[in-house]
Design a protein around this ligand. Structure first.
Ligand SMILES: [Zn+2]
Length: 424
């Protein structure tokens, strides 16, 4: 009961009070929260206690990343939980598909591990409550007091996600390890108001609806976990007759959500985002996150492995948090053209070029194997593949082998349109 009330508190706080009309006001709020969390972490986290960091100066705190976090897991977390124990519990949950186990009161989860290392996250009941109150405020199409059903497709469930469940809000996890056809039948019976899934799955569900295999009328569709491209967004939105929103959530926190106007805003009331610009003109940057609330597993100056593009124009919704025009993907998937030194080529250039040659929605994959070799898998309906190859070679001057695209059968594998399979 206590946690239910607290969820409601965080819901109302996010919805009605944590709204800022100027950057100055937001910064003032962030600095107050920051000083508080840094002081706590300096005291409670054995890792930070040993370091000469200043609570008044965030830049004196070291940069963190997934690898560093995992190798210092035991001393970083304030719950005294060793990495071995957390990994064991989280991995067991993934194999048995029973996602309820905890260590003491703490929920444990695994990130998908696209960059090689699987990250482990630890959440206390209070943090879980705060997360669910916040996410409900950000995504529910109707008030929290109205009955709503959420259908949630993901590679793994977690206590964290299940915490949004209540007498009023129904939540059903659809396990992507199970046959997809089964899901279509149960989705039809469930009739969700909110449909949450990775974009590749949203596309397959929209296809099923188009082929009249099911008929659902969600009020809201939310893309999670992978990059949402415009062609998929438009197709899904047309089929379900509603806007496709995005929730950009990672092990490191709830990073960004779409507003009513369809723009993706960084959740700067929850975290400070330092921007490491890759090139100033295009607004591409790598975010460095400092979560203002998490204390079980502190996220301080954590460098994400993602590339985001900033949109400087103000959003008509009135939220002054940074707008992200799109999530480009992982830093590991930036391609490289031969040269001395090799020149980076952002995945977005490849995607835009290929989409011009594909009918409505483009399922394809471009993979670079070395500084001289790449492969492009295209669906049969591609128009003028030779022309496309010519254009691609101007963007990335390497040998490109053409193959036929096939829809992967295992939906639990992350689908990337552009990837790089070698180290630079
Ligand atoms: Zn907005």
């Amino acid at each position: 009961m206590f946690y239910k009330l607290l969820t409601l508190y965080y819901y109302l706080r996010t919805k009605y009070f944590l709204r800022f009309t100027s950057r100055k006001q937001l910064k003032h709020y962030q600095q107050k929260k920051l000083r508080h969390i840094l002081r706590r972490m300096k005291k409670q986290s054995p890792f930070y206690r040993e370091l000469p960091v200043k609570c008044e100066d965030l830049s004196s705190w070291p940069l963190m990343n997934k690898q560093k976090m995992m190798s210092n897991f035991d001393t970083l977390n304030t719950a005294k939980i060793p990495l071995n124990q957390a990994l064991e519990v989280a991995q067991k949950a993934e194999t048995t598909r029973d996602f309820t186990p905890k260590i003491d009161e703490y929920s444990v989860g695994l990130s998908s591990g696209t960059s090689g290392i699987r990250g482990v996250f630890l959440i206390s009941p209070l943090e879980q409550t705060q997360w669910s109150g916040t996410i409900l405020a950000k995504v529910l199409p109707k008030s929290i007091f109205c009955k709503q059903k959420i259908a949630f497709f993901l590679r793994a469930d977690n206590n964290l996600y299940e915490s949004v469940k209540s007498k009023i809000i129904q939540f059903k996890f659809f396990d992507l390890k199970k046959p997809f056809e089964q899901h279509i039948v149960s989705l039809q019976n469930y009739k969700p108001d909110i449909l949450v899934a990775p974009p590749s799955v949203l596309y397959l569900l929209a296809k099923a609806q188009e082929q009249k295999k099911m008929k659902i009328k969600p009020l809201k569709v939310i893309s999670v976990a992978d990059v949402l491209y415009d062609d998929v967004k438009i197709f899904v939105s047309n089929i379900f007759n509603c806007k496709v929103h995005q929730v950009y959530q990672a092990t490191e926190g709830l990073i960004a959500c779409t507003c009513l106007h369809g723009n993706l805003h960084l959740n700067e009331e929850l975290m400070i985002v330092e921007k490491k610009y890759l090139d100033k003109n295009s607004g591409r940057f790598v975010p460095v996150l400092t979560d203002l609330n998490r204390s079980t597993q502190p996220i301080i100056r954590y460098e994400l492995n993602d590339i985001l593009t900033e949109d400087k124009s103000p959003c008509p919704c009135g939220n002054i948090s940074t707008v992200i025009s799109h999530i480009e993907g992982r830093c590991d998937d930036v391609l490289y053209a031969p040269g001395n030194p090799p020149r980076p080529v952002f995945p977005d250039f490849i995607v835009r070029a290929v989409l011009k040659y594909l009918p409505s929605v483009g399922n394809f994959q471009f993979c670079q194997f070395s500084l001289t070799e790449a492969e492009l898998s295209l669906p049969k309906e591609c128009l003028c593949p030779e022309e496309l190859l010519k254009e691609l070679k101007q963007i990335l001057p390497v040998n490109i082998k053409l193959t036929v695209w096939q829809q992967p059968l295992d939906l639990t594998i992350k689908y990337k349109r552009v990837k790089r399979n070698f180290c630079i």
